[in-house]
Write a protein that binds this ligand. Sequence first.
Ligand code: PMP
Length: 359
Amino acid sequence: MSRVYNFSAGPSAFPEEVLKQVRDELLEWRDSGMSVMEMSHRGKFFSIIAEELEQDLRALMAIPENYKVLFLQGGATAQFSMIPQNILQGKTKACYVNTGAWSEKAIKDAGNYCEVVLSANSEASKFTTIPDVAGWAIDQDAAYLHYTSNETIHGVEFQSIPDSKGLTLVSDMSSNILSRPVDVSQFGIIYAGTQKNMGPAGVTVVIVRDDLIGHAPKTTPEVFNYAVQAKNGSMLNTPATYNWYLVGLVLKWLKAQGGVAAIEQRNIAKSALLYDLVDKSSLYSNPVDVPYRSRMNVPFILKDQALDKPFLAAAEANGLFELKGHRSVGGMRASIYNAMPEAGVKALCEFMAEFERTH
Ligand code: PMP
């Protein structure tokens, strides 16, 4: 067996220890006599898994009591429309900040339900910065303010929580949840797909403040209604049981690493290695404003596009996979989520330095 370093943006690298545990527990979970895959979602064994999953996430993020934690399907993409469907509360407008491709998708869906007020937009910079929060146009008649805390494609990340001037704050944290501590109490809703920092694809975590639940119009489909899902413990219908279990294992792994504050220090160190190399190089460059560079997704371009293919081929030959940038921006992207070990980033840096020496 020769496992490679996988820099995919999601689904993405898993902690190897967790994969080994999954292998060991495949046929029988604890003393249940069965695989997690075979368990009834309402049975006594799966109930333990579900309970531990929620408790571990609550502990890792210090989620206050007055928030529900939902584990839903449909990806973060489903939340783009579930949010306006659930929390407009009779209002006709919502504020959105556009900092990249994922913000744009959220904005497009929200437009089907309400008037979108564009509070800030970095499109003119080709999404290489975040507009100064002091200048954001925040409409006090809007139901909420939505932003994307980390733009997975453009590699732009908020380094602090923006001031929503009293509006309910909603954040898509798909690609940086659990990579750094956040004060959950500042948010109305935090949501994220699991396929980057929490496990495999197939589960969407939605952390929602109690007072925002119960306002969806009657026409909202039951599965898309936070109140119905909360009342049913996210089991209105059959949940993605095996994926819940896998997310649970990744959360236990994260706890064993020292939790979110400890992993943040490693994420700072890992991303600094890559950005230092890129900044000192005359072959590679990163276009993002330094204060907003993402610790999770590091995009970079090569001076000569003709080198892209040889770069990717040589990287694979060195066991470094999935470095191709998103098709919409081109170039390269190294996604270095929690599960990417420092050794993987060091191996990438050594390869990049060697490639520069020889090209
Ligand atoms: N938001 C962000 C920031 C993302 O990175 C992604 C997926 N890459 C999505 C939303 C969409 O997630 P999903 O494919 O799970 O719907």
